[in-house]
Write a protein that binds this ligand. Structure first.
Ligand code: ZN
Length: 388
């Protein structure tokens, strides 16, 4: 009997997650009219008409209900840019009961999760904007900030957040250590897509890696909806520099072929208080997002949050399977995630059930009779599994 671990849940070619940055308790009322104009809201208006969240739900999530979103949230009072136009409304996510209920409902939804995007996102120092993790001069300072943020999360969500992202993908020598020591299980450290372009389109840069003493998953960011480049001058410049941007569709095809994560980078707000437009943002790139999810609807993908993808990768990496006889195998697991899911591909003629060491039964989710193999999702436990 041959047992192979599938790279992704249910033997999918790739997992897919929409990563929306900066869903914060923040609103830039640029024209000071007291109503959220298109692109002005960054989470302050919760799920009310005119809010960023309602825009995403009405234009994308209602049409593609399988889509899963990880929202990266500044949990304290957000500072996004230095100068400002209009009026700015903001606060910590626990500022009032309505804000608490909104962020809590997202975290407790099956299709969404909240991830850590700093206590403030950054500071203004000597008139310059400095991103949060570049502003710390010691490890202790960085850890102190994370703890203040996690205290807010524990109050609202009942537990600490599992993962997050450096604001502006910016960090310094203390940053990775702070993420490792603070107990996060995954983190978005850099804008991996830029690294991919600079590497001459090497898809191996998108592999899941880990860092730190606790093997924190280094979560890659693999797709930007703004990667479609129609500007002829830009295209020519890149051809001279030999930096080729693939079309979005061919990029998605290649990610699927290489079994890499499809993690789509977005921002909840379009307009910043300094008058700049945030790139990419869900308003300007909505047609591209719709095309992307329409394209993916016909593919063998697994829609998941960043935490679910990280947990699966932990299950895949830290399990060892040994066949004992034709109807049993032993599994040893040494990862940090508690009882993650893992998919096994087993060469059996008929659909099968796998009974876990604690007695849980899982039936084949797919069976390919012509090729004689079954796909079964199991919850990872240490011990002996039976096949029936
Ligand atoms: Zn941000």
């Amino acid at each position: 009997m041959k047992i192979v671990k599938a790279k992704w849940l249910n033997d999918a070619d790739s997992p897919v997650v929409l990563m929306v940055d900066d869903l914060n308790n923040l609103w830039f009322d640029i024209n000071r009219n007291g109503h959220p104009g298109l692109g002005e809201d960054w989470g302050f208006w919760r799920d009310l008409p005119g809010s960023s969240f309602a825009y995403l739900r009405n234009n994308l999530l209602n049409r593609y209900p399988k889509v899963k979103v990880t929202f990266f949230t500044v949990v304290g009072n957000p500072i996004i840019c230095k100068s400002k136009l209009g009026k700015e409304y903001k606060g910590a996510i626990n500022e009032n009961i309505k804000s608490i209920e909104f962020f809590r409902s997202i975290q407790h939804s099956n299709n969404f999760e909240i991830a850590f995007h700093g206590l403030h996102h950054g500071i203004v120092r000597n008139r310059d904007y400095v991103h949060e993790w570049s502003s710390f001069s010691t490890l202790e300072e960085a850890l102190g900030n994370i703890e203040q943020g996690q205290d807010i999360c524990k109050q609202i969500f009942g537990k600490r957040l599992k993962g997050g992202k450096y604001p502006g993908y910016t960090s310094n020598i203390y940053s990775d250590d702070s993420i490792d020591k603070a107990g996060f299980s995954w983190w978005c450290r850099e804008w991996t897509y830029r690294k991919f372009i600079n590497s001459g389109n090497d898809y191996s840069v998108f592999e899941m890696r880990s860092f730190g003493d606790n093997n924190v998953i280094d979560f890659p960011s693999t797709v930007s909806p703004s990667i479609i480049r129609n500007n002829v001058v830009l295209r020519c410049g890149r051809m001279i520099l030999r930096r080729h941007y693939p079309s979005l569709e061919s990029h998605l095809e290649a990610l699927l072929r290489n079994n890499k994560v499809i993690s789509i980078q977005e921002h909840s707000g379009a307009i910043r208080g300094d008058g700049m437009r945030q790139t990419p943002n869900i308003v300007d790139t909505m047609p591209i997002l719709q095309n992307t999810f329409s394209f993916l609807a016909g593919k063998n993908v697994w829609h998941a949050t960043c935490s679910e993808i990280a947990n699966y990768h932990i299950a895949f990496t830290y399990t060892h399977i040994k066949t004992i006889c034709v109807d049993s195998f032993s599994l040893t697991y040494s990862g940090r995630a508690e009882r993650p899911w893992l998919t096994l591909v087993i060469n059996k003629k008929k659909p099968i059930d796998i009974i876990s060491p604690s007695g849980k039964s899982n039936r084949s989710s797919k069976h390919h009779s012509r090729d004689n193999y079954s796909v079964v999702n199991i919850e990872v436990e240490n011990g002996l599994y039976q096949i029936r």
